[in-house]
Design a protein around this ligand. Structure first.
Ligand code: C2G
Length: 143
């Protein structure tokens, strides 16, 4: 059984995410998704619209996904590869060459897939005016 692992925030789940998961699963038999926690997103400078629990439930409903685990820090990847007996780590091409992933090629196969053009979570937020709304909520005092 070939086991595949990918990482991400997967907020406002969209077709680009689905295509990534579909192609990642096609590279093996079992797909693990390491989902960024809300706390780790803060480290990445991201604020997800959906909570970790909601994003996890949405991913678990996707036929290509076999297991969702938390991504809590940049440094957990080697342990993830070992703990889950991973053969291949897959990411979108925007991560190709990144020092956050390149070292993994000493531990497993590393595959970068072309990103789906024309769609992203930030584009959705911008076009639906969510960015201001989310920023607005963040700025409300005391909540
Ligand atoms: N993606 C894609 N096409 C898009 C948008 C995203 O192929 N149009 C891919 C990204 O390349 C990534 C995955 O979908 O592989 C998840 O995207 P994000 O949720 O934006 O992930 P990111 O914030 O880049 O988190 O430790 C690594 C990070 O957790 C990756």
């Amino acid at each position: 059984m070939k086991r595949v692992l990918t990482y991400g925030t997967f907020d406002l789940l969209h077709y680009g995410h689905i295509r990534l998961l579909q192609r990642a699963k096609a590279l093996g038999d079992y797909l693990v998704v390491a989902l960024s926690t809300d706390e780790f997103n803060a480290q990445k400078g991201k604020v997800a619209y959906h909570s970790y629990e909601t994003r996890k439930k949405m991913l678990e409903a996707i036929r290509y996904v076999d297991l969702v685990i938390p991504e809590k820090c940049w440094e957990q990847k080697i342990d993830d590869v070992k703990d889950y007996h991973i053969d291949t780590v897959v990411m979108g091409g925007d991560w190709a060459g990144s020092d956050k992933f390149d070292y993994l090629k000493d531990y497993c196969e590393l595959v970068f897939l072309e990103r789906t053009p024309g769609i992203s979570t930030s584009k959705i937020k911008d076009e639906l005016g969510l960015k201001e709304a989310v920023d607005g909520i963040e700025q409300l005092p005391g909540e």
